[in-house]
Design a protein around this ligand. Structure first.
Ligand code: ZN
Length: 58
């Protein structure tokens, strides 16, 4: 699991291949996107590979 700052566009893109979850904050703020490198509105996300072992339904 990694924690990345992502803009909305890249978060949506990664969501197709990864399980992503927004972490504390909630309100959109300006971040430097770890994916596209641009300074945009976004948030901090936990990015987990889909189908990984371990955490499923609790
Ligand atoms: Zn981005």
């Amino acid at each position: 699991m990694r924690t990345l700052d992502l803009c909305g566009v890249c978060a949506a893109k990664l969501a197709t291949g990864y399980a992503i979850r927004k972490v504390a904050g909630g309100v959109d703020n300006k971040i430097t996107c770890a994916e596209c490198g641009r300074r945009r509105y976004g948030g901090t996300y936990e990015v987990t590979k889909k189908g990984g072992a371990g955490r499923g339904r609790g």
